[in-house]
Design a protein around this ligand. Structure first.
Ligand SMILES: Nc1nc2c(ncn2[C@@H]2O[C@H](COP(=O)(O)OP(=O)(O)OP(=O)(O)O)[C@@H](O)[C@H]2O)c(=O)[nH]1
Ligand SMILES: O=C([O-])CC(=O)C(=O)O
Ligand SMILES: [Mn+2]
Length: 608
């Protein structure tokens, strides 16, 4: 055990010689009054202890059919990120901008301190030292999460690099770190029994970007509670990146090798539940192409040697379960077969395995649904889902057969293309290339998508989601867009080519016009051909599209009508889109980068 300078009387396992950290932990303990404090070491013994505790307490069910794997069901009200409860508490309101909730930081701290006071009574307070990205990075990005949830601790074991090695290096360098405080907000009175999924109807997911601090209360769900992920690696990191001249983006990172052996690294930003994990794990259907995953959700990108290098700050996958099957994402299925996983809000089979809609064509005869009820295919036909639409698997990236070795490289990979995309039934063609960086930034700034179950609220409503970052920009979104424009000026030669894709356009019958998944490799091939200068493209008012015959459709089982529906540029649809973009841009007031209003003018002129 390390020497501790913690000055609390609360029984404590572990400690630190990092004086400032010890001080913060003591302050939090004094406020939240847990029964005991545990400094997490990230070891297998810790995982074994906590997972077996979670089985005993009824939070976890051990899965007989998958090694070292567990099933959990959340409270039915705690299944997704809560955007209306998410705040950016910058010193003044302008700092949060037009897209974030804001409250004065002192007022918020007062309000939340009242909620935190005594909130860990009857519970263990865990202290999790972690690093986003690699411990060997030039600038290791440390964090410490304090939480009263063992579910969070074991999930963090998978999602980030955690434990003693991180703490030791923090102590040796007296490192600064992002402070994350999390409580489920469910204190236990003497003798009160716990519930399987403690949480609170009152929820706050709060960021103080100027202090690099996160306060989360009332939810146990991943995006609200695993503070290294969306809260740190996107909201806090985007604010850091703005100040320091780099980019923290909601992007997968894909390594593509063409039949000639030439490698390209591609980053892609799609809103939540719009296909990042699936594209990151794609199995190309076209011969000779190889795809490997570097990251499936977040990219941290910095400039070096005239190039833009991307690192995946995460160590695990927190993937949407429904729709994940051997036919759509075999790599994800193989990854979870390896065990060491946590499944939340999926269905269980009576023999101790998991199932969800889309895993197999036929549903099993009997299931226990995510509510714990008996479920048969007849229930499915009657419209009752066995798994929640935002149910998730949490699995170590190293188990992914398609993980690229570069995943472990703290220097990252040089990005040659950035893709934007979303779910649009209409308007947005299969693939378009931006004319240049400003046009690419314009395309990113106007990304639109139908909302999904990944966030609480209505599903299927079209909303603008700039760079797929709407819920994740940790500062003024106008300044964020200007940051993109400015980087293009400062690093002109380093900027990737930008493309817009849409796998979700519908045909006349209402079905998906494009088969998607592995077939998306055909679009990737055109993109690489453009990067390599192998093919020309056709100019349209919205950018460059493939010339007839340049999209490889060999062996593709799609009718000419469907292909046309998927790829068509429709000027009528785009004329209808312009007022929506104009309305969106008014939100930014005088923070709208002039380069983007110029791009909008170009689009309008070109459509006339
Ligand atoms: N039709 C169609 N559906 C897709 C495609 N790619 C992914 N999906 C489905 O879209 C849903 C979400 O896909 P994911 O890859 O998990 O999305 P994500 O962007 O990683 O989502 P988050 O993890 O929430 O950020 C799943 O149900 C997929 O099966 C595609 O090319 N076509
Ligand atoms: O953050 C989460 O909980 C899951 C996720 O990837 C998203 O919603 O984008
Ligand atoms: Mn994902």
């Amino acid at each position: 055990m390390t020497a501790t300078t913690t000055t609390t009387n609360i029984p404590t396992t572990g400690g630190t010689s990092h004086a400032e950290l010890a001080q913060w932990v003591a302050e939090v303990a004094e406020l939240t009054t847990p029964d005991r404090i545990v400094w997490c070491d990230g070891s297998r013994a810790e995982w074994d202890q906590l997972t077996s505790d979670l089985v005993d307490s009824g939070t976890f069910v051990r899965l007989e059919q998958k090694p070292n794997s567990f099933w959990a069901a959340s409270d039915p009200t705690d299944v997704a990120r809560v955007e209306d409860r998410t705040y950016i508490c910058s010193p003044d309101e302008q700092g949060a901008g037009p897209t974030n909730n804001w409250m004065d930081p002192d007022e918020m701290k007062g309000l939340m301190s009242d909620l935190y006071r005594g909130c860990m009574r009857g519970r263990t307070m865990y202290v999790i030292p972690f690093v986003m990205g690699h411990l060997e990075a030039d600038i290791p990005m440390y964090g410490v999460e304090i939480t009263d949830s063992a579910y969070v601790v074991v999930s963090m074991h998978i999602m980030a690099r955690v434990g003693s090695a991180v703490l030791k290096q923090m102590e040796e360098t007296d490192a600064g770190y992002v402070k994350g405080l999390h409580s489920v907000g469910y204190p236990l009175e003497e003798g009160q029994a716990d519930v399987p999924w403690p949480c609170n109807d009152t929820k706050y997911i709060v960021h103080f970007p100027h202090e690099r601090t996160i306060w989360s209360y009332g939810s146990g769900y991943g995006g609200n509670a695993l503070l290294g992920k969306k809260c740190y690696a996107l909201r806090i990191a985007s604010a850091m990146a703005h100040d320091e001249g780099w980019m923290a983006e909601h992007m997968l990172i894909l390594k593509l090798t063409n039949p000639e052996g030439k490698v390209h690294y591609i980053a892609a930003a799609f809103p939540s539940a719009c296909g990042k994990t699936n594209l990151a794990m794609i199995e190309p259907t076209i011969p000779g192409w190889k795809a490997e995953m570097v990251g499936d959700d977040i990219a941290w990108m910095r400039f070096r040697d005239g190039k833009l290098y991307a690192v995946n700050p995460e160590n695990g996958l927190f993937g949407v379960a429904p729709g994940t099957g051997k036919a759509t994402n075999a790599n994800a299925i193989l990854a979870i077969e390896g065990g060491n996983s946590i499944f939340t809000n999926v269905a269980r089979t009576p023999d101790g395995d998991v199932w969800w809609e889309g895993m197999t064509k036929e549903a099993p005869e009997h299931l226990i649904d995510w509510h714990g009820n008996e479920w048969t295919p007849a229930d499915g036909e009657a419209g009752t889902l066995s798994a929640h639409p935002n149910s998730r698997f949490c699995t170590p990236i190293v188990q992914t057969p398609c993980a690229a070795p570069e995943f472990n490289d703290p220097n990252g990979v040089p990005i040659s293309a950035i893709l934007f995309g979303g779910r649009r039934k209409t308007t947005v063609p299969l693939v378009t290339q931006a004319r240049d960086w400003d046009h690419g930034t314009f395309i990113g700034s106007t990304v639109s998508s139908e909302t999904t179950a990944a966030a609480a609220g209505a599903v299927g409503v079209v909303r603008r989601d700039p760079m797929a970052m709407l819920p994740f920009i940790g500062y003024n979104a106008g300044d964020y867009l200007q940051h993109w424009v400015n980087l293009g000026k400062e690093h002109a030669g380093a900027m990737p080519e930008v493309f817009l894709v849409n796998w979700f356009r519908r045909d006349a019958d209402g079905g998906f016009a494009w088969p998607g998944f592995g077939e998306n490799s055909r679009v990737l091939k055109w993109i690489v051909d453009r990067l390599e200068g192998n093919v020309d493209a056709v100019e349209t008012p919205i950018g460059l599209v493939p010339a007839a015959g340049d999209l490889d459709t060999d062996g593709l089982d799609v009718s000419a009508e469907q292909l046309e529906a998927a790829t068509r540029f429709d000027s009528e649809e785009w004329r209808a889109e312009v007022p929506l973009i104009e309305e969106w841009f008014t939100k930014f007031g005088d923070k709208l980068p002039p380069e983007l209003s110029a791009e909008l003018d170009n689009l309008k002129k070109a459509l006339d």
